[in-house]
Design a protein around this ligand. Sequence first.
Ligand code: F6R
Length: 264
Amino acid sequence: MLVVLKQNAKEVGQEAARIVAGAVRSNPSIVLGLATGSTPLGMYEGLVSLHKNSGLDFSKATSFNLDEYLGLAPENPQSFHYFMHSNFFSQVNFSSERVHIPSGALRSNYSEYCERYENEIRKAGGIDLQVLGIGRNGHIGFNEPNSSLASRTRLKELTQETIEDNRRFFPQGEEIPECAITMGIGTILDARRILILATGKSKADAVAKAIEGPISSSVSASALQLHPDVIFILDEDAASTLTQRDYYRRVLELTKKYTPEKLA
Ligand code: F6R
């Protein structure tokens, strides 16, 4: 695991965009796992700008999003479909038939649908690079505390904390989704490489537990300790309660010196 410490959210977004862009350039047919939320916005901005100004080409790439709220149509501005199209896909040259986002419009047959989503990932050759954010309760995707560390794509009930965190995005009076379709922790751990971003003080506790705490289903992100190729990109606030910050800085310098390909 590598921990990259940045000063602020802007730098986190830029560093994530740099790594994703490098991966796309070295493998144009890459399969990306993508996240929504406020944290990766700077990364998408960076990727859009690299596409527009430096010709970063997504035409052969494939993507699978982590999750979608159940009950939201794609044209609902709060849906993750809408988020992805407005912040990314409509601004780059991704081919729409290679974009996959779980459906929020399902009314039944959830497990068959989720199995098909898993099959699509497998058929595409698996996820090469998965981008993640982290919830205040340590969730990745919508794998809320006590999700099985072996879980696969499925319907998941959101915790009250997550529902409250999402309230700010929904106009007053509008119903806030209680469930989501989300890739499982097992699905995420199958990705060849994982990039997880966190910014802000409200994430510090979850980040510290994920990196330095024991592996536990009560903090889904701690399962990333089981993965051999994970990079955490954190701003100062999100990293503020880590106890080994100096060591992580030294590891980063030594990585740049001896194994720079890990950060390319
Ligand atoms: C979004 C997702 C979630 C978010 C997490 C953090 O696709 O899977 O796990 O990454 O809730 O959200 P923000 O970035 O809004 O704090």
